[in-house]
Design a protein around this ligand. Structure first.
Ligand code: NI
Length: 265
């Protein structure tokens, strides 16, 4: 599979899960904007079969290189971002949950889910959007959520895009992130206000905002339920003293952005 094919499949899968992202994308297109994706984010577990390195293999095979490491102590997450030599291609941000830092009950639920994934699936180029290779009950989802919203989200959705992110620098209609946020809200979309609407500052070289997740109906083994799925993010990058545009991430900001899946709109 070629990279542009994979990116298209990722976008289609994502907008099926979050139709509001497509609505916002179309608002930009109505303004004749060219939408550039800053990054695409995925979630996984640090289990040896599906940890960041294994998850990233398809992207590395397509030319991506592992870059910076990020730690999220409170949420018990580790993350890396990957970049492609073609800077017009989105960065890939992959985080993983530290399973050993959770209860035996959570670890056992998650390990049972992972054991159900067909091993040949893991190294397929589109594993990152292969979805949920296991059955999960709504009760297990709720129990996982008591310990980790992140674990619960993964149990319900499996491997899907968590969010696409629009590079605000490439939009000509908005001079800053505040203007863009006002535009998004004026069209009826709710933003994540955890840590304020805008996370990060120009001094940190990265400002980010995001919508709240779309509420999607999901089939659990014990019935259908509507739960927060995925969100759309907006990133404004700033030039560093060395003259280069900052290409990394700010852990403190990403920590709050993660909470965009805590509730839906
Ligand atoms: Ni992000």
């Amino acid at each position: 599979m070629k990279l542009d094919q994979l990116l298209t499949k990722m976008w289609n899968d994502y907008t099926e899960l979050n139709p509001k992202a497509l609505e916002i994308y179309n608002l930009f297109k109505q303004k004749e904007e060219k939408v550039i994706n800053d990054h695409v984010a995925f979630r996984t577990f640090n289990h040896k079969l599906i940890n960041i390195d294994n998850f990233a293999k398809a992207f590395v095979d397509l030319g991506y290189v592992k870059k910076d490491y990020y730690e999220f102590k409170q949420k018990k997450l580790d993350a890396y971002h990957y970049e492609h030599a073609d800077s017009n291609l989105p960065k890939i941000f992959i985080s993983e949950l530290r399973l050993e830092d959770f209860s035996d009950s959570l670890q056992s639920k998650v390990n049972k889910m992972i054991e159900q994934i067909s091993p040949e699936m893991i190294f397929k180029p589109d594993f990152c959007i292969s979805g949920r290779g296991w059955g999960v009950s709504f009760q297990d989802y709720q129990e996982l959520k008591e310990e980790s919203e992140y674990a619960a989200w993964l149990s319900a959705f499996g491997f899907r895009v968590n969010h696409f992110t629009v590079l605000v620098n490439a939009l000509s209609s908005f001079s800053n992130l505040e203007e863009l946020n006002t535009f998004i809200k004026s069209h009826g979309h709710s933003l994540n206000t955890s840590g304020g609407e805008i996370k990060g500052t120009p001094e940190q070289f990265l400002e980010q905002s995001s919508t709240l997740s779309y509420n999607q109906e999901i089939h659990f083994t014990d019935g259908k339920h509507i739960i927060p799925a995925c969100y759309y993010e907006f990133a404004k990058r700033h030039v560093m003293p060395n003259g280069n545009l900052f290409s990394g991430f700010v852990a403190g900001s990403a920590d709050k952005i993660f909470e965009s899946t805590n509730k839906g709109q």
